[in-house]
Design a protein around this ligand. Structure first.
Ligand code: SF4
Length: 357
């Protein structure tokens, strides 16, 4: 479906009128119709990536108090910026923030470029942020699409193609709707509508300025949009961990994993390969770092990685010192394990293995 120019004009007008009355008050915003400080808009957009409005508020205030202008931020020590960022996560953002402030201060006299193209050249500013800052700070005819806008547009047009395939269509439709009058306020209006009315589960269509035109509402499928492509089920892998204790002093063998690959460079309780299909015991045992008499501990250790679930059985043994000392790895006390960089799955294996007497 598509809207006539007249309908688009009506949609724009009703959305801006709604914004004038119901916009959220956010610390980095100006009043509708006024242009905000580009430094504030940029700082908030970087902080808001992967983070909620509620969390960002206090950080935004603290940054402005400490570094009132982009030039102040550029002159700050990186360590101070990272410290101020603590709790927001994704520290690459803070590093890029500092880098970007330096470029704006040194190469642009402390003034942000006022176009999408110019903003895109700055460190840490991707297509979405360039588009959002161009629209909000400079009132450029740009159409940023964040998660909220994605939801509103997919519902307005009843787009049933799942994410992420539907993204280009949403971008196209959103761009075609964007007015040349107050595009920045219009973008923020859609963000606010998505955050407060066109919410993920129960959109409050009865008080939405677009209810009369919304195809998703009319066909009753709005709450199910946007659809998401089903994720493939994660496979389950299995493997053995070998808990080896030195008889004389009760120390345990750990070793460093290869630099490359999963958990690269971290320490592990020695183990077999992790396989999709259970291999016969003799194959798994052949991957033990030594031939020994093993006791299988009751139960298994479960852990979920991004791409698979893992179930590990723990085999334990106690070796006399002369045999143990021929093995590669480090022998450590149980308390001493805290000094090794053990990933979570290995900590779970250790906890499980402590039942071995
Ligand atoms: Fe969202 Fe309902 Fe408004 Fe459509 S009518 S945009 S589904 S709140």
């Amino acid at each position: 479906m598509h809207f006539t120019n007249q309908e688009i004009h009506r949609l724009n007008r009703s959305m801006l009128e709604w914004y004038d009355r119901h916009h959220r008050i956010l610390p980095w915003r100006s009043e509708p119709g006024d242009l905000p400080n580009p430094y504030h808009v940029w700082l908030s957009e970087i902080m808001l990536q992967q983070t909620t409005v509620q969390t960002v508020g206090p950080y935004f205030h603290a940054f402005l108090q400490r570094w009132p202008t982009v030039t102040d931020l550029a002159r700050a020590e990186l360590d101070d910026v990272l410290h101020g960022w603590q709790g927001l996560g994704y520290y690459a953002r803070a590093r890029n923030l500092h880098k970007c402030a330096k470029v704006v201060a040194d190469d642009h006299n402390g003034v942000f470029p006022d176009t999408e193209e110019g903003l895109l050249k700055l460190p840490g500013i991707g297509p979405y942020t360039a588009c959002a800052v161009a629209a909000i700070a400079f009132n450029r005819h740009a159409s940023p699409v964040d998660g909220n806008i994605e939801r509103v547009i997919s519902r307005l047009f009843a787009l049933e193609t799942p994410l992420p395939d539907v993204k280009p269509e949403i971008k196209g439709k959103s761009s075609a709707l964007t007015p040349s009058d107050r595009p920045g306020d219009y973008a923020q209006a859609l963000m606010d509508l998505g955050a407060t009315i066109c919410t993920p589960r129960n959109p409050a269509c009865g008080i939405c300025p677009w209810q009369a035109d919304c195809e998703g509402r009319k066909s009753g499928i709005a709450p199910d949009l946007p659809k998401k492509r089903k994720k493939a089920a994660k496979p389950t892998r299995v493997g053995y961990a070998f808990w080896i204790r030195r008889e004389d002093d009760g120390r345990i063998l750990v070793r460093r994993r290869p630099e490359k690959g999963l958990l690269g460079g971290l320490y592990e309780v020695p183990g077999s390969d992790w396989r999709d299909i259970e291999a016969p015991d003799d194959v798994m045992l052949s991957e033990a770092p030594i031939t020994a008499k093993w006791s299988e501990l009751e139960g298994t250790v479960g852990h979920t990685f991004t791409h698979f679930h893992l179930n590990v059985s723990v085999l334990a043994t106690t070796l006399p010192a002369d045999q143990a000392d021929q093995m590669d790895g480090s022998w450590t006390t149980i308390d001493g394990l805290a000094d090794f960089a053990l990933p979570t799955v290995m900590k779970k294996i250790v906890r499980h293995a402590l039942t071995y007497r």
